[in-house]
Write a protein that binds this ligand. Structure first.
Ligand SMILES: [Ca+2]
Ligand SMILES: [Ca+2]
Ligand SMILES: [Ca+2]
Ligand SMILES: [Ca+2]
Length: 309
């Protein structure tokens, strides 16, 4: 009788132990599945990648085009800034100070697989994808003044395109892959230029004593958005790709800058401090419907459209 009770008690303890193990394993499995489900699935619609200081230092975030679902992608001790999304929507290039000097990095669109591409004591910054997602243009200070370089996305074949003693910055690859727009102060003040992807035929598009900078191509290649302070403070402008028809889109005493054309060609994202601190905005390409997407006392800036896959 006693033996049977002890046996039953032992069986009960064994079952309890197995039940505990089962519950622990189930919980771990559930948490792993939960964690997996939290990773960003491929975007079914266009998203906007941007930079924010809300968590203490500049990190890269993702949100939908309405400003919802704001999610952090990087978490490094140094600045992470100027994200640029590949046209296939799978990768984000950016620069980071995480290793004590500015270098170009790349990650998947969900923030995974963060990889360093440049490794040079001088600053390497502001990457821009070629439309076939095989190359990156970027700024480098390795020649003791800013030049525009291109490289393959594995970091190989780093080549100086501009070779000019002035500041040459802010490259933006044309949608047909044949040209790169950039800004330069080689003619005395910042102007927008365009060149062939081998660096030939460097041509000025703007000609104004004010700053004219930060070009962004429309997806059909016919127009270029840029920022200028020619009317007294920084505003977003557009022009035809040959520099004609320069038109102001914003008209606000605050800073309005960093225009980035949407993949479907209907909108331009930009940054403005009109509401007291830098936020990301979006507007129609004629300047109408200017709408704030972020709303945070920290700096929110540097939008880049992540195309739907
Ligand atoms: Ca230069
Ligand atoms: Ca100018
Ligand atoms: Ca303004
Ligand atoms: Ca803000």
């Amino acid at each position: 009788m006693f033996g049977t009770t002890a046996k039953k008690s032992h069986q009960t303890r064994t079952m309890t132990r197995w039940r505990k193990i089962y519950i622990i394993h189930s919980t771990i499995l559930f948490l792993m599945l939960l964690l997996a489900s939290c990773r960003m699935p491929p975007a079914a619609e266009d998203m906007i990648v941007f930079v924010s200081e809300r968590d203490g230092d500049l990190e890269i975030y993702l949100m939908d085009i309405h400003g919802h679902e704001q999610t952090r992608l990087t978490d490094s001790p140094g600045f992470d800034n100027n994200p640029s999304c590949s046209s296939d929507g799978t990768k984000i290039a950016f620069h980071s100070f995480r290793n004590g000097k500015f270098e170009i990095y790349m990650m998947r669109a969900d923030g995974s697989d963060q990889t360093q591409l440049t490794n040079n004591p001088a600053c390497d910054m502001t990457p821009s994808w070629s439309p076939d997602s095989s190359k990156l243009a970027f700024n480098s200070l390795r020649d003791y003044n800013w030049e525009i370089y291109v490289m393959h996305i594995d970091g190989s074949h780093q080549t100086n395109l501009t070779n000019n003693g002035a500041c040459d910055m802010a490259p933006c690859w044309s949608p047909d892959g044949t040209k790169i727009a950039f800004d330069s102060d080689r003619d005395g003040n910042l102007e927008v230029y365009v060149m062939n992807v081998d660096g030939s035929n460097q041509t000025r598009l703007t000609n104004n004593p004010a700053f004219d900078e930060s070009p962004s191509w429309s997806p059909d290649g016919t127009r270029i958005a840029f920022e200028s302070n020619r009317d007294g403070n920084l505003e977003v402008y557009v022009m035809d790709a040959d520099g004609s028809n320069q038109t102001r889109l914003t008209n606000n005493p605050a800073v309005d800058q960093y225009p980035r054309w949407s993949p479907d060609g209907t909108k331009i994202a930009f940054e403005s401090d009109r509401d007291g601190n830098l936020e990301v905005y979006v507007m129609d390409v004629d300047g109408s419907n200017q709408t704030r997407l972020t709303n945070n006392p920290a700096v929110d800036e540097s939008p880049s459209w992540l195309p739907a896959q």
